[in-house]
Design a protein around this ligand. Structure first.
Ligand SMILES: [Zn+2]
Length: 479
């Protein structure tokens, strides 16, 4: 199966970013096999897409999000929060406690479809549903596979709801990691299974028959689309015994962790008072950090902690919109980069649009430094370089770059530059121009998920939204 994207302005990104005007990209069996000037790339067979007057870029990567937060949109039944812990107690811990397995499925499907519209092709999710733990990750995986996107899933273990739920969280991670490892060993494909999911004894209808459909095996994406990390909520809701168990499981399974770290100063205060260690020191003591682990936020870390993050090659993921919304502070990306910390960019579910997050990241660094010249290369690096390193480590695939041999995750954006565009200013165009343009086409592993701004999936979007509204209304009544 081949796909030829013809005559676009190709932004390669990656280690040696280039701008290639009037170039075509050939994708075969999920991988980019050729990039060449339009006239030098003639292919007779397969699908073709005209990319003239469009920028062709790698699919964007969202390195930290929470699908389950979808049903919070428009929710008014919350008390005003005076600080970050209030935000958790008044909103997120009430919402996640009320989620059913079907809620988990629909609250994932909605932002996944929105991600396609914004050209976000790989997402690292962090899930919580304390009263519907078992089977929650499989339900979300089902949504991921139906949309054809790539997602790394985990369940956030926490001791906040007692020992039984904490244990269930550990077990859910172990079961899902093993499932992904078995699938990888078999040569997993983004195939959609049956039309119904049976999880935790509850049966619910899955709308549509799944985009891949068993009648079109030739259109299956040949690469893995789901992966797993071991999820942990945050140090301040985890006892030492739970961290010990999680670390032992992670080591046994050879996996990394995905955990919130020093999002608010209160996380540090708790850690110092209760454990006489700073948050990063405590996580490191238990072996939670490492090259496959993700420390989301790190707004309140000191130099010693940054050095530990750098030494252990742990990826920090910056989520500026969330940090600004929760008024917890702004992470110091310049210091992190100076101390060789890998810093990616996530949205913490504030948006599925990575270029929106990129812009806010830049404004936040300007404000933090009180200097409008600070932070440009750091935020661009986070989205376009470090995110690809983080995702490539987890999926064991060459993601986030348009180069021969890389996966065919590509977006076409309506952008005919009104000023000169070349490698020297491409990222300026990205922040100030391309970010304001519309994504026209989204492709994952050579499979077209959206073309001419229309989803090509066999999913009934109005029905999905209608069911999501029904479920959200019911959930709001339970709060
Ligand atoms: Zn988060």
């Amino acid at each position: 199966m081949s796909l030829l994207i013809e005559n676009g302005t190709v932004l390669t990104c990656g280690k040696t970013p280039a701008v290639l005007p009037n170039h075509s990209i050939l994708i075969e069996n999920g991988y980019i096999t050729r990039i060449a000037p339009k006239n030098r790339l003639k292919v007779s067979a397969g699908k073709r897409i005209d990319a003239s007057r469009k920028v062709v870029a790698p699919g964007f990567i969202n390195a930290h999000t929470h699908f389950y937060s979808t049903f919070a949109r428009g929710l008014t039944k919350t008390r005003p929060a005076g600080n970050f812990v209030d935000v958790l107690k008044n909103l997120w811990w009430r919402l996640d406690s009320a989620l059913t397995i079907e809620d988990c499925y629909y609250s994932a499907l909605v932002p996944l479809l929105e991600s396609i519209r914004h050209g976000t092709t790989t997402l690292l999710d962090h899930h919580a549903s304390p009263h519907a733990v078992r089977g929650s990750l499989i339900a979300i995986e089902h949504a991921v596979r139906q949309t054809g996107l790539r997602a790394c899933l985990c369940y956030e273990v926490s001791d906040r709801d007692g020992a039984r739920i904490s244990r269930e969280g550990l077990e859910e991670n172990v079961a899902f990691i093993r499932r992904c490892q078995r699938a990888a060993a078999r040569g997993q494909r983004s195939e959609v299974g049956s039309r119904e999911s049976e999880v935790q004894g509850s049966r619910f209808k899955v709308p549509g028959s799944g985009f891949a459909g068993h009648s079109q095996p030739s259109t299956l994406n040949p690469q893995p689309t789901t992966a797993a990390l071991f999820g942990l909520h945050a140090a301040f809701t985890l006892k030492d015994a739970t961290l010990e168990k999680a670390a032992a499981c992670g080591q046994l399974l050879g996996t990394g962790f995905h955990v919130h770290v020093a999002e608010a100063e209160s996380d540090q205060q708790y850690s110092r008072q209760k454990h006489r260690l700073r948050v990063v020191e405590r996580l490191n003591k238990f072996g939670i950090l490492g090259p496959r682990s993700i420390a989301a936020h790190c707004v309140h870390v000191n130099r010693q902690e940054l050095d530990i993050l750098a030494e252990t090659q742990t990826a920090v993921v910056h989520n500026p919109q969330s940090n600004l919304n929760n008024a917890v502070g702004i992470a110091d990306l310049v210091s992190m980069t100076k101390r060789n910390v890998l810093v990616g960019l996530g949205t913490d579910a504030m948006t599925t649009n990575m270029l929106e997050e990129l812009r806010v990241a830049l404004w936040a660094q300007h404000l933090f430094a009180q200097n409008p010249s600070v932070g440009f290369s750091e935020v661009v690096t986070a989205l376009l370089f470090d995110n690809l390193k983080i995702a490539s480590r987890i999926f064991n695939l060459p993601l986030g770059e348009l180069r021969e041999g890389c996966v065919g995750d590509v977006v076409l954006i309506d952008y005919d530059p009104p000023t000169p565009l070349d490698a020297s200013n491409a990222f300026g165009h990205m922040v100030f121009g391309i970010s304001q343009a519309t994504v026209d086409t989204t492709i994952v592993g050579g499979k077209v998920l959206m073309q001419n701004k229309r989803l090509t999936l066999d999913l009934d979007e109005p029905r999905i939204n209608a069911r999501a509204r029904e479920l959200a209304a019911k959930l709001w009544k339970r709060l």
